[in-house]
Design a protein around this ligand. Structure first.
Ligand code: PMP
Length: 402
């Protein structure tokens, strides 16, 4: 056995969890991503998807993707920088810039690559990156590749952000990077105060709208629009893998900044471009979002209902204000048990345990889609409350809703 195999044959945690019968990862779905999916030949209600607008199986989007394959083939076989730019990439970028109210936009092949390539490229030695402690992993990875100083502030804590801004030298770039809606906790960044602080300390702002597009803001335009602060946000980042029923991501901002990224961002330049089918899907998803505002309205009707229901049953949902609803369990093993029990009862939810979060914050991540019905939601709530009861989780320690 080589050194490599020797080290990694000692990594047996997944096998141990499998032996307990509660391994919750890589569970195969045999159907399209909808409110009902097929697993092991059985129908399961999906409450663990990021398809917030429920568009991932929309006939118009499927048709657009098929047409794009017919016209452009299945791959661009190269990077945007060289042979991988299609006319539809450029059209999509114009559409995205207009959608979020910025001068210019550029698309990458995943949202992760956007954050990696943008956060690493914009701040040099001596500059500052100011990150919320719960920012997405892709932002953290991007910051690790940057030569700038990294200052982390406590989650959504504006006095902590100000304390970090005070440490920065005034004449350097100071880029504050935050998630618009935090992906696990479902709370919204305090953009109004971030904007005030950015003005006071001459800092710039980048908002990751992965979970905000299609959910908040005018017509689903995201966090800056939600707070009516679009001109005050320098960079808006989004992914296509959630509300926009596809794969890829973009960054939008002033043409000067996007122009620099277009020519210097390594995860853009050294990676193949979005496939034709992915581009066509995003574009059609945006059209549907704007044409059918009732989707977002229904998503929010479901959200308010679910928040009230979980709270009234004594399940702690933290500071969630959105269709991402954390159900705090505070015990890794019980999260895995619950995930298994619920799947057996026909409900798919996502477990969030250490190391993704500290043990005391372990939770079930419950997420809604605009295509869920109230009947489906009632079934899920009923089964979740039943499982929490069975595991003795409705005792005082988890009941902390105000
Ligand atoms: N940012 C946030 C906040 C995310 O939650 C995610 C994905 N979970 C990403 C970026 C990466 O996006 P993608 O899945 O498109 O790579």
């Amino acid at each position: 056995m080589g050194k490599l195999q020797e080290r990694y044959s000692q990594y047996t945690l997944p096998q141990q969890i499998k032996a307990e019968g509660i391994y919750p990862y890589f569970r195969a779905i045999e159907s399209e991503q909808s409110t009902v999916v097929t697993m092991n030949g059985r129908e399961v209600l999906m409450f663990g998807s990021n398809s917030y607008l429920g568009l991932a199986n929309h006939p118009r989007i499927k048709e657009a993707a098929k047409k794009a394959i017919d016209k452009y083939g299945t791959s661009c076989s190269g990077s945007r920088f060289l042979n991988g730019t299609l006319d539809i990439h450029l059209e999509l970028e114009e559409k995205l810039a207009k959608l979020v109210g910025k001068e210019s936009a550029i698309c990458y092949s995943t949202g992760f690559q956007v954050n990696l390539g943008v956060v690493s490229a914009l701040c040099n030695r001596g500059d500052y990156l100011l990150l919320d402690s719960l920012d997405h992993a892709s932002i953290i990875e991007g910051s690790r590749l940057s030569f700038s100083k990294i200052l982390k502030f406590n989650h959504n804590d504006m006095s902590s952000l100000e304390a970090k801004l005070k440490l920065c030298e005034p004449d350097r770039i100071k880029l504050i990077v935050v998630d618009g809606i935090f992906s696990m906790e479902g709370d919204i960044t305090n953009l109004p105060v971030i904007v005030q602080l950015a003005e006071k300390y001459d800092a710039s702002i980048m908002v990751d709208d992965a979970h905000s597009l299609g959910v908040i803001g005018d017509g689903g335009r995201g966090t800056a629009s939600h707070f009516n602060l679009t001109p005050k946000v320098d960079l808006i980042m989004g992914t296509f893998s959630k509300s926009f029923a596809s794969l890829g991501g973009f960054i939008a901002g002033d043409e000067s900044v996007i122009n620099y990224l277009r020519h210097n961002s390594r995860s853009l330049i050294f990676s193949a471009s979005m496939t034709p089918a992915s581009v066509a899907s995003v574009s059609t998803a945006i059209d549907i979002m704007l044409e059918e505002p009732e989707r977002i309205k229904h998503l929010w009707d479901l959200t308010r209902y679910a928040h009230e229901a979980f709270k009234s049953h004594g399940i702690f949902i933290g500071k969630s204000e959105t269709p991402i609803i954390p159900l705090y369990v505070r015990d890794n093993f019980k999260v895995l048990q619950l995930t298994r029990m619920l799947l057996d009862e026909g409900i798919f939810i996502n477990p969030v345990i250490t190391p993704a979060v500290p043990k005391e914050d372990s939770m079930i991540r419950f997420s809604l889609m605009a295509t869920h019905t109230f009947d489906q939601l009632d079934i899920a709530i009923d089964k979740i409350v039943g499982s929490f009861k069975k595991l003795g989780l409705l005792s005082a320690s988890t009941v902390k809703n105000s």
